[in-house]
Design a binder for this molecule. Structure first.
Ligand code: FES
Length: 94
């Protein structure tokens, strides 16, 4: 595996970091690293895992995750169905 096969994910505000492969969801990678990420359905509909993409880029495993066009444009993401395309920073707001 080359270094390009793994991306680094940072969770704000707590600053926890973990690694994620491009072929797995951010949530799956985070749970493996015992990151404090909430989830429920894990298929992109319930929005329990909702957070904001502060930097980096992602791709979705499903056609249309449970976000409006406006929310997507604002940078909101559902990590249970999002795969990393680069290093990413996710922000959780209280
Ligand atoms: S856990 Fe339900 S949308 Fe992500």
């Amino acid at each position: 595996m080359s270094s390009h096969d793994v991306f680094h994910v940072t969770l704000l505000p707590h600053g926890q970091r973990f690694e994620a492969r491009p072929d797995e969801s951010l949530l799956k990678a985070g749970l493996r690293a015992m990151a404090p990420m909430q989830s429920s359905c894990r298929v992109g509909t319930c929005r329990t895992c909702l957070c904001r993409l502060d930097s980096g880029s992602i791709d979705y495993e499903i056609e249309w995750p449970g976000l409006t066009r406006e929310e997507k444009a604002e940078g909101l993401v559902l990590p249970c169905v999002a795969r990393p395309l680069s290093d990413v920073v996710l922000r959780y707001e209280a």
